[in-house]
Ligand binder design. Structure first.
Ligand code: AMP
Ligand code: GLY
Length: 420
C-alpha cells in the first residue's frame, strides 16, 4: 500500500514512524514533512492548505491512502478534495471537522447526541460575556470559537482577564469549570463503527505544576494507572458512539480520528473538547504502544470497514514523552537555534525523538523552526522507567534557550491523581 501523510509536525513524525514499521506499506510519502520525518518517509513539497494541490499530489504518487494529520487542512477541505478524486482518505470532511473547528458547533452536536459536557453560553458582545461569567462564577473558562491550536482558551480566577479575552476574541464560548483529571482518548471512526485506542494524559500548561499559559501540549504519557477500569467502554458508549451516530444522522459522517478531551469530574465524565485529528503530543506515546499494524487500521477506517477489524493489540508497559520547546514558546518562538545530540539521545530502540518544529539551515545543520521543537519518547515496562528514559534522553539534547517541563507523568507515578 502506498501512503501519503499530510503535515509536518511531531504527530506526523509519530504517524510516519509507526507506518514505516508496517510491512504492508510499500511506499511512504509525507508532505511537507520535516527533517526528522525524512528519516522514515520520502518528503514532497505541497501547500497542505490547498485541497486541489493535495489531491493532485496524491494522484501523481498513486497513493492508496492519504492521512491528514493537522486540523487546518481538514478545516480547509483537503479530505473532501482527496475523496472526490477517488482516493481513500483518513480524515474527516470539512463539514465533520467543524467538530473541532467550531466550539459552538461541537456544543450543538453534543446537545443533540446527549453527550455530557460543560454547560456553556455562546457570546458575541461584552454584555453577553459579562452575563455568562457571572452566571457561572470563578474559575472562569473562556474559549475562542475559532481554531487556536489549544491556545485560545483562558482559565482564570480573574474576572477582568476573562472579560478581556472574550472581548479580544469576538465570538466566544463561556462555560462551566470542570474539575477532575483530564484524559485524552483517541478513536478511529469509519463513520459508523468506532474503535477507541488507549487513553493518554497531556500537559497543557507551559510550566511545572501547571503554571503559566496554555500550550499545544508539553508532554504526555500512557496508559493511565489511575483511570477507572471501565473508562474506555464508558466513553465509547456515552460520548464517542453517540457523537459519530449524530454526525452520520446529520449527513456529515465522521471518518478519521475522533479525539475526545475529557474531564473526569465528581458528576462523571464530561467532554472538554473534540478534535478531528490525532493529538499532539499524545500520539507520540499512544502509537509507540500500539502493536496492531497501523496502515491497515487507518485504511479500514477510510473505507468503511472498521467493523471487520480484530481487537487491537497493545505492547505491555508504558510510554512517556517530553516536549522540548523553543525559547519564547508559547509566545513567539525564536527560530534558528541549533539542535544537537539527537543521535546520542536515541541510545536504544526504547527512545524515539520525534521532530516537530525543526528545519535544516544553509549549513545543513538541524535548527529550531517552531514552538514545540522535539518530543522525546521513552518506552519501558512501567511508567517510572519510561519517564526516566525520556528525561535521560532529553538530557543529551542541546537547544540554546530551549525549555521543557520536569514533571511529566510525575504525579501519576507517585499515585497523586485520583478521580473525584
Ligand atoms: P481546549 O482547547 O478546549 O482543550 O482547552 C484547553 C485546556 O483548557 C484544557 O485541556 C483544559 O485544561 C482547560 N479547560 C478547557 N475547558 C475547561 C473547563 N470547562 N473546565 C476546566 N478546564 C478547562
Ligand atoms: N494535545 C492537545 C492537542 O493535540 O490538541
Amino acid at each position: 500500500m502506498k501512503i501519503l501523510v499530510i503535515g509536518g509536525g511531531g504527530r506526523e513524525h509519530a504517524i510516519c514512524h509507526a507506518l514505516s514499521l508496517d510491512e504492508s506499506v510499500t511506499a511512504l510519502y509525507c508532505a511537507p514533512g520535516n527533517p526528522g520525518i525524512a528519516g522514515v518517509a520520502e518528503l514532497r513539497a505541497v501547500d497542505a492548505l490547498d485541497p486541489d494541490a493535495v489531491a493532485k499530489l496524491a494522484a501523481e504518487l498513486g497513493a492508496d491512502l492519504v492521512i491528514v494529520g493537522p486540523e487546518a487542512p481538514l478545516v480547509a477541505g483537503v479530505a473532501d478534495a482527496v475523496r472526490a478524486a477517488g482516493i481513500a482518505v483518513f480524515g474527516p470532511s470539512k463539514a465533520a471537522a467543524r467538530l473541532e473547528g467550531s466550539k459552538a458547533f461541537a456544543k450543538d452536536v453534543m446537545a443533540a447526541a446527549g453527550v455530557p459536557t460543560a454547560e456553556a453560553f455562546v457570546c458575541s458582545t461584552p454584555e453577553e460575556a459579562a452575563r455568562a461569567l457571572d452566571a457561572f462564577g470563578p474559575p472562569y473558562v473562556v474559549k475562542d470559537d475559532a481554531l487556536a491550536a489549544g491556545k485560545g482558551v483562558v482559565v482564570t480566577e480573574d474576572r477582568d482577564d476573562a472579560l478581556a479575552h472574550a472581548n479580544a476574541c469576538g465570538r466566544v464560548v463561556i462555560e462551566e469549570y470542570l474539575d477532575g483529571p483530564e484524559v485524552s482518548l483517541f478513536a478511529l471512526s469509519d463513520g459508523t463503527t468506532v474503535l477507541p485506542l488507549q487513553p493518554a494524559q497531556d500537559f497543557k500548561r507551559v510550566g511545572d505544576e501547571d503554571a503559566g499559559p496554555n500550550t499545544g501540549g508539553m508532554g504526555a504519557y500512557s496508559p493511565l494507572p489511575w483511570a477507572p477500569e471501565n473508562l474506555v467502554a464508558d466513553v465509547l458508549e456515552r460520548v464517542l458512539q453517540p457523537t459519530v451516530d449524530e454526525l452520520r444522522r446529520q449527513g456529515t459522517p465522521f471518518v478519521g480520528l475522533l479525539y475526545a478531551g475529557l474531564a473526569l469530574t465528581k458528576r462523571g465524565v464530561r467532554v472538554i473538547e473534540f478534535n478531528a485529528r490525532f493529538g499532539d503530543p499524545e500520539t507520540q506515546v499512544v502509537l509507540p504502544l500500539l502493536k496492531s499494524p497501523l496502515a491497515q487500521l487507518l485504511l479500514h477506517a477510510a473505507t468503511g470497514t472498521l467493523g471487520a477489524v480484530e481487537p487491537l493489540q497493545w505492547h505491555d508497559g508504558a510510554a512517556v514523552t517530553v516536549v522540548l520547546a523553543a525559547s519564547g514558546y508559547p509566545g513567539t518562538p525564536r527560530g534558528g537555534d541549533r539542535i544537537t545530540g539527537i543521535d546520542e539521545a536515541e541510545m536504544t530502540d526504547a527512545v524515539t525523538v520525534y521532530q516537530a518544529g525543526t528545519a535544516t539551515n544553509d549549513a545543513g545543520e538541524l535548527v529550531a523552526s517552531g514552538g514545540r521543537v522535539l518530543a522525546v519518547t521513552g518506552r519501558a515496562a512501567d511508567l517510572a522507567s519510561a519517564r526516566d528514559l525520556a528525561y535521560a534522553a532529553l538530557g543529551r539534547i542541546e537547544l540554546p534557550g530551549g525549555h521543557h517541563r520536569t514533571d511529566i507523568a510525575a504525579k501519576a507515578i507517585s499515585g497523586l491523581i485520583s478521580v473525584p
